[in-house]
Design a protein around this ligand. Structure first.
Ligand SMILES: Nc1ncnc2c1ncn2[C@@H]1O[C@H](COP(=O)(O)OP(=O)(O)OP(=O)(O)O)[C@@H](O)[C@H]1O
Length: 324
């Protein structure tokens, strides 16, 4: 297969554990190739169960899961898992193996020769921002939490999987490291473009990372599956609205491109502060506040292409939420 990413489809998937717990009851979702889908929801809503059904660490009780159109239940689970990267909270690095050996685990299982494994491991360490010469020979206990997490990501990418499953990958590190890892990971994703399903408890992480966010309630009930901007501006129900939280207005600014809100520029541009057309409303607001301006010019390659007023920042798009 030449593709670097694959679509994932879950159709009416259910899981009943042997003790009778209905963890997931008829869950359907489509993740497009190269997209990062976030699963978020209350504790016990079935997020991890869904994730682990995709790599068959848990066998579904019903329904169909396909990767690139191929039913995963018709594939050998061990081979399937080698094509799917899996990153978990505490990474699960092998403590008695060096960083380089940890990253090379899957490649070794695939029978690659030592030279190719080491070259690949070093490439991946560089990709996640760890100098191979400095860190390759260390053991996991000789790394910080954030560095271990990066090794976990490098290991998950080692066999160039089509799909990456991440279960709270950044939650074990402190908030500052977490924000940096998220940012680095997004840059990495812009290069590798894997299809990713990420489970989190953190709505800010979901909004920052997700191309689409699935909000789940108990039993894997899908409340909404939408882009961050859509979720924040148009929560599908009071349940989603509560979940997304009271400060969603601020979050919405961070995901709404200025392009969606700007109007035609009229009048002289002299003296107006400006933002690039790729900016978000959050950046526009920051400029308005620091420059004490009511209008900001929007430029593309340095030329004015529109303007945004303070009213537009706060009024557009008008969310249907006057009921609260
Ligand atoms: N092995 C198991 N046997 C029985 N019930 C289980 C098992 N694993 C999970 N459950 C139950 O299935 C439901 C869904 O669990 P799951 O771990 O998928 O939820 P989650 O949304 O990932 O939760 P959290 O956010 O707390 O990690 C919960 O009610 C949980 O108690």
């Amino acid at each position: 297969m030449d593709a670097t990413a694959a679509s994932i489809t879950l159709a009416d998937v259910g899981k009943v554990y042997p003790d009778g717990t209905v963890a997931v009851d008829g869950f359907s979702l489509e993740v497009r190739a190269g997209e990062l889908a976030v699963l978020i929801g209350a504790s016990g809503s079935g997020k991890s169960t869904i994730l682990r059904m995709i790599n068959r660490l848990i066998e579904p009780s019903r329904g169909t899961i396909t990767i690139d159109g191929r039913d995963i239940l018709e594939q050998d689970p061990v081979r399937l898992r080698r094509q799917i990267g899996y990153v978990i909270q505490n990474v699960g690095l092998f403590p008695h193996q060096t960083v380089r050996a940890n990253v090379g685990t899957v490649a070794r299982l695939l029978g690659w020769d030592r030279k190719r494994i080491n070259t690949r491991a070093d490439e991946l360490l560089e990709l996640v921002g760890l100098d191979p010469a400095r860190y390759g020979k260390r053991y996991p206990h000789e790394l910080s939490g954030g560095q271990r997490q990066r090794v976990g990501v490098a290991r998950a990418l080692a066999a160039d999987p089509l799909v990456l499953l991440m279960d709270e990958p950044f939650s074990a590190v402190d908030p500052i490291v977490r924000a940096r890892l998220q940012e680095e990971f997004l840059r990495l994703q812009a290069t590798v473009r894997k299809t990713i399903v990420l489970v989190t408890h953190d709505i800010d992480e979901a909004v920052r990372m997700g191309d689409r966010i699935a909000v789940l309630a108990e039993g894997g009930r899908l409340l909404q599956y939408a882009t961050p901007a859509e979720l924040l501006s148009r929560p599908a129900s009071p349940e989603v609205r509560d979940f997304v939280g009271a400060d969603r207005g601020i979050r919405r600014l961070a995901v709404t491109p200025v392009r969606d809100v700007m109007s035609a520029h009229d009048g002289p541009a002299d003296g107006l502060p400006s933002v690039d057309v790729a900016a978000t409303l959050h950046e526009v607001l920051a400029v308005m506040l620091t420059e004490n301006a009511g209008t900001v010019l929007v430029t593309e390659n340095g030329r004015p292409v529109g303007q945004v007023t303070r009213t537009a920042v706060f009024e557009t798009p008008v969310p249907e939420e006057s009921a609260v």
